[in-house]
Design a protein around this ligand. Structure first.
Ligand SMILES: [Zn+2]
Length: 181
């Protein structure tokens, strides 16, 4: 595991711990974690906000004085802020409509993506949070694939791909848990 992987692993672990506190605040594990690390989850969310700002969207790159116009490379109409890139772009209409569990949950210009994501964490059950995270990951992957891999567009459905990925991931974890006993 490299340093980069370790950083991602630590963030995942932190997210998992905070998730435990949010979903089961009275559990023994949550009380121990709260006592040891967090008064509340603000620490976690501060960290998430910092991560959010570091995503190299065109808008952020323009703010960092990299020579880009800041516009979304997909719709070429709006500034590519994080919320736009991951959820609000007009080119993401299909996947937004496919995610029926996300109905009515949108991120407007007045709300940071971090705040929007926090509200999703609180409103969705664990299974839906998992699929939503895979979908966001896939959206960002496809956006980068379109930008850097000869502009080729991946035609497969984001929703279908994400569901299959998550099923495979769960199955692999179950096999791993069985092997480890
Ligand atoms: Zn766009």
């Amino acid at each position: 595991m490299g340093f980069r992987d370790l950083g991602v692993f630590n963030q995942a672990l932190l997210a998992k711990q905070c998730w435990c506190i949010i979903k089961k605040p009275d559990s023994l594990a949550a009380m121990v974690l709260k006592g040891c690390y967090f008064e509340d989850c603000s620490f976690m969310f501060d960290k998430m906000a910092a991560c959010n700002d570091r995503i190299p969207t065109m808008f952020n790159l323009a703010n960092w004085k990299v020579c880009v116009d800041g516009l979304c490379p997909n719709c070429k109409r709006s500034p590519e802020m994080t919320a736009h890139a991951l959820w609000e772009c007009s080119k993401l209409n299909v996947i937004r409509n496919e995610c029926r569990f996300m109905e009515g949950m949108r991120c407007n210009d007045k709300v940071s993506f971090c705040t929007f994501f926090q509200s999703c964490l609180l409103r969705l059950n664990e299974e839906k949070v998992a699929i939503f995270c895979v979908i966001l990951w896939r959206i960002w992957f496809i956006r980068n694939h379109g930008l850097f891999e000869d502009g080729g567009v991946l035609a497969d459905s984001i929703y279908t791909w994400s569901g299959e990925f998550l099923s495979g991931f769960k199955a692999a974890n179950e096999v791993g848990a069985a092997v480890l006993g």
